[in-house]
Design a protein around this ligand. Structure first.
Ligand SMILES: Nc1ncnc2c1ncn2[C@@H]1O[C@H](COP(=O)(O)OP(=O)(O)OP(=O)(O)O)[C@@H](O)[C@H]1O
Length: 307
């Protein structure tokens, strides 16, 4: 990527996630816009998954908009292939059929035999190790894509957490949490029906043979990283994420401090003239690689980026 050093949030998250005591707690990262949060979580995830031996969906990054998801995918795509990891995108940019063919590997069949999508005996595998998604398309895949499973997920990143928690987006969060919780039934249906008939509700079987290992511990858990430039500290909202001993990491002296190299423009205008002012501003900026526009309305805010 051509970066010569890491930004402070990237150093802080790396230290927390790599080495002794790594990922023992879920992380809540509150760091200003443009401070480099994407690479802060992408680096440790890619590092951790680099030793994986079987391809399956192990990291899921959820963002509220297609543009943001595409930018995050680019960051992963810049670093993941070097260690043999594949990154997928589920944002509704292409048709669901095209997306499915990108995300799910079709079985290799002998010449002359056709793949039957209705064949339940046919084992489907993920083509990607890391998926960057918006909630709507994620839900489409969870609900209807054959072979799409979250059962091997090790890392869940909720980027722009405030926005994602503010809007329900088809209840994506409870659904993801439900599908990533230890669900022995789906893995060992016969063993469990035998056990429940023998021992009633006693359930002590843990996952085995599934590569969701977490530091070699027998009871792997899903690690969560939640990020925002304005991370809510409202316990009732954060509770939805079901965080495990969350560690709050904040960078920047002030909550809304801008990074040194980021220039900030403020334009006050009539709301109906906003598009015109925006066009004028963009023209003035000419070749600038990226701008961010923040619209404030009461306590809510939105962040947009444009390349
Ligand atoms: N270590 C680094 N060295 C130089 N530039 C970097 C570094 N890390 C990230 N960047 C660049 O800084 C910019 C901001 O990074 P990024 O988009 O990850 O910030 P962010 O904190 O996620 O912002 P937002 O809150 O808007 O999502 C990007 O253009 C990225 O390429």
């Amino acid at each position: 990527m051509g970066f010569s050093s890491l930004f402070p949030v990237q150093v802080a998250v790396w230290q927390e996630t790599i080495g002794p005591g790594a990922f023992e707690r879920d992380l809540c990262i509150n760091s200003p816009t443009g401070s480099g949060k994407t690479l802060a979580y992408a680096l440790p995830i890619v590092q951790k998954l680099s030793t994986r031996s079987v391809k399956c969906l192990r990291a899921l990054v959820v963002l509220p908009t297609r543009d943001l998801a595409m930018q995050v995918k680019e960051v992963f795509a810049a670093i993941a292939p070097a260690v043999g990891l594949s990154v997928g995108l589920a944002v509704g940019q292409s048709s669901i059929a095209d997306e499915i063919s990108e995300l799910i590997k079709r079985p290799k069949l002998e010449a002359g035999i056709c793949y039957d999508p209705e064949d339940v005996t046919c084992e489907l595998q993920s083509s990607v190790d890391i998926l960057v998604a918006t909630p709507g398309r994620l839900m489409d895949h969870i609900n209807s894509t054959k072979g799409f499973t979250l059962e091997h997920l090790c890392y869940l990143v909720v980027d722009e957490t405030d926005r994602l928690l503010r809007e329900a987006y088809q209840s994506w969060l409870p659904t993801v949490l439900q599908f990533t919780q230890s669900n022995e039934e789906s893995l060992f249906p016969l063993a469990n029906s035998f056990l429940s008939s023998t021992f009633g509700s006693l359930k002590t079987i843990r996952r085995c043979g599934v590569e969701r290992g977490f530091k070699g511990k027998p009871h792997p858990r899903l690690v969560k990283m939640v990020l925002s430039a304005t991370l809510t500290q409202d316990p009732s909202k954060l509770a939805q994420l079901n965080l495990h001993h969350p560690l709050l990491m904040t960078t920047g002296k002030r909550r809304y401090q801008l990074p040194e190299k980021l220039e900030s423009y403020k334009l006050i205008c009539e709301s109906n003239l906003r598009p015109l002012y925006l066009v004028a501003l963009l023209q003035e900026l000419g070749e600038e690689k990226c701008i961010k526009i923040k619209e404030y309305s009461g306590l809510q805010h939105q962040s947009r980026r444009r390349r």
